[in-house]
Design a protein around this ligand. Structure first.
Ligand SMILES: [Fe+2]
Length: 317
C-alpha cells in the first residue's frame, strides 16, 4: 500500500497535473484564454501608457525648458506722452530686463540680445535690473558685448534684487566697463536741440532703499522724466513724483502662466503689475513691465515667452 501510495502519488500528481492541464484547456476552450490575453494586453497597455507619459513629459519638459525660454518675443509699440519735448519726438527706447546671467543664461544669450539691439538701432537702451542671478562673475564674459552696444542718447541701467545677492560692488565695477550709466537714486539729463529730458533710476526696494526725492534733486518740476525701477508695483508710489513713464522688470511675467488664471507665482513687488502696459494713477502714468529675458529658481517658462521691447515715445502734438 505504502509502495503503491509512493507509486500512486506521482500518478495522482500526474492526474492532478493533467487535471490542471485539462482545466487550463477547459479555460482556453471556454474562453478563459482572453483573460491571459487581457493580462498581456493590460501589461502592454501599461507599457505604452508609461512610454506615452515619458514622451509627453519629455515634450512638455523640452517645451518649458528649451523652446519657450529660447523663443524671444520683440514687443514694439508707440506711446503718446504729452510732456515729451518735440526734439525727442519718436525717440526709440530699447527696453530689456532680467538677464539672470549664471542661471542657464550666458554670454551667448547676451550676444543674441545684443544682435537684436544692434539691428534695431535704438536711440536709447535701458536695462531694468537683474543682470546676474547670483554672482557678479557671471556677468564678466558679457562685459565686452554690453560695451559694444551703441545708442546716441545713452545706455542706462539700474540694479535688481538679484544684483545685490553676491557682492553688488562687483556688478557695479563691471558696469563701469560697459559704457552703461548706472543710476542708483540718481538722474541723468539728456540734451537735444535745446531741449532736455531726464532718465531717473531708483534703487531696489528689497535689498536697498529707493529714494525718489534724492534721485530727482535738482531737476526742474516740468522736465520730462523717464523712470527705471526694478519692481513694477513701486509705480503706485512713483506716480506721485510726477514721472512720465516707468519701465520695470522683476516679474518675468510670472515665468509660468496658466490660461484663465495667469501667473502662478508672481514675486513680491510684482504682484499687482505682472507684465505688459498699465496706466497708473489719476494721470494715467504708463508703466511697462517686461517679461525679461532670463529665468530664476526654475529653468522653465510656460506660456510666458522671454521679451525685449522697442518703445517709441511720441510727443502728443
Ligand atoms: Fe529677475
Amino acid at each position: 500500500m505504502g509502495k503503491s501510495q509512493h507509486i500512486h502519488r506521482p500518478v495522482a500528481d500526474d492526474k492532478e497535473d493533467t487535471a490542471l492541464s485539462l482545466r487550463d484547456n477547459d479555460r482556453a476552450a471556454s474562453g478563459t484564454e482572453p483573460v491571459q490575453q487581457m493580462r498581456i494586453s493590460r501589461r502592454s497597455f501599461l507599457k505604452k501608457a508609461a512610454a506615452a507619459a515619458v514622451g509627453t513629459a519629455a515634450v512638455a519638459g523640452g517645451y518649458a525648458a528649451v523652446w519657450e525660454p529660447g523663443n524671444l518675443e520683440i514687443t514694439q509699440f508707440t506711446l503718446q506722452l504729452p510732456r515729451l519735448p518735440a526734439s525727442f519726438n519718436d525717440m526709440r527706447v530699447f527696453h530689456f530686463s532680467d538677464m539672470h546671467l549664471g542661471f542657464f543664461k550666458d554670454e551667448n544669450d547676451m550676444q543674441h540680445i545684443a544682435s537684436v539691439i544692434s539691428g534695431m538701432k535704438p536711440d536709447m537702451i535701458c536695462f531694468t535690473g537683474d543682470i546676474v542671478d547670483d554672482y557678479a562673475e557671471s556677468m564678466a564674459s558679457s562685459v565686452p558685448i554690453l560695451n559694444s552696444l551703441h545708442a546716441p542718447l545713452g545706455k542706462f541701467v539700474i540694479l535688481g534684487n538679484h544684483d545685490y545677492r553676491g557682492i553688488p560692488e562687483g556688478v557695479e565695477a563691471l558696469y563701469k566697463k560697459t559704457g552703461f550709466t548706472l543710476l542708483k537714486n540718481e538722474h541723468h539729463v539728456i540734451h537735444k536741440d535745446g531741449q532736455s529730458i531726464a532718465v531717473v533710476g531708483l534703487e531696489d526696494i528689497f535689498l536697498s532703499t529707493p529714494d525718489p526725492e534724492a534721485a530727482l534733486q535738482g531737476l526742474p518740476d516740468g522736465m520730462f522724466k523717464l523712470l527705471l525701477m526694478h519692481e513694477p508695483d513701486y509705480a503706485d508710489t512713483a506716480v506721485s513724483y510726477g514721472f512720465d513713464i516707468q519701465l520695470s522688470g522683476h516679474t518675468h511675467g510670472g515665468q509660468v502662466r496658466i490660461p484663465l488664471f495667469g501667473a502662478v507665482l508672481p514675486p513680491p513687488g510684482g504682484r499687482k503689475y505682472v507684465h505688459g502696459l498699465y496706466r497708473v494713477g489719476a494721470d494715467a502714468m504708463p508703466l511697462y513691465v517686461s517679461r525679461g529675458v532670463g529665468m530664476t529658481h526654475l529653468p522653465i517658462r510656460v506660456l510666458c515667452r522671454p521679451e525685449v521691447s522697442l518703445i517709441t515715445l511720441r510727443t502728443a502734438l
